[in-house]
Design a protein around this ligand. Sequence first.
Ligand SMILES: [Zn+2]
Length: 311
Amino acid sequence: MLLYHSPIFEKHDTGNHPECSARIAKVNEMLDHKGWIERCTKPNWIAATIEQCKRNHTPEYIEQLHRWSDQGAGRVESDTVVSVGSWDAATLAAGAACDAVRRICDGQETQAFCAIRPPGHHALKDAPMGFCLLNNVSIAAHYARSLGCKSVLIVDWDVHHGNGTQASFWEDPAVGFVSIHRFPFYPGTGRKDETGSGVALGTKVNIPVAADTGAKSFLDQLATKTQELAQKIKPELILLSAGFDAHIADPVGGLSLESEHFFEAGKWIAQLANEHCKGRLVSLLEGGYHLQHMPDCVDAHLRGMDAIAPG
Ligand SMILES: [Zn+2]
């Protein structure tokens, strides 16, 4: 498995905020403690290029983000903070996703996990949103397409709807998107009847679930709907927006999942990748705000992926 981790992600300084530097520090501690750093392949990689970012974001927004970071602008949106270190962290996060896609499309490895922040799935083409600056998973999907991947499937199990990702590919039939999320909840989108438009109609699948939904129902619904979409779009690569804020103790989100449910979820998604695209799977960290449970969820997720032999 390819593993992307870096202390630079701690330099996106949000202050007293749920999406804080301590999140990634705790994940890095766990990766070391549990032996993942020793066992995984750790590629050297560089920040996403402007060209890669521009496939998903407007040039104006990219320039604005760079300026905000240079200025250490602080709160740039109701929930989102930019500090002096944010540009380096955000472009390195998107760069990790792209590097993982390139190496996996080259056939060097089949599985990757990117322990990155800031998260990305709420970021819009022309604006930051909901703790997110650059939409890492969307940038990675565009990059995969540019490398010749005919069809990409994005699975988003963060407890919040991946509205930014959905918007990126709303009219693009080559990128399927399935999101399971608590509803009604932030950001307010992700109704069942949001399915894409024009030639992309039916390639976006939303599974809104009530706050009291049990873990088994959550995972069963995700598996059933994702299987249907995968059969339809025949992906050559699966990208995962791996948020861990559906954990029962999460201070921001919270559903009924326990850490070990992410072991099951990790096995499931790796099996799905085996079945549809020769095991090719890139998992990107999104949300998850409990400083103890979130790293445990990441460990369980990696154990699940690792338990499934690629291919
Ligand atoms: Zn979330």
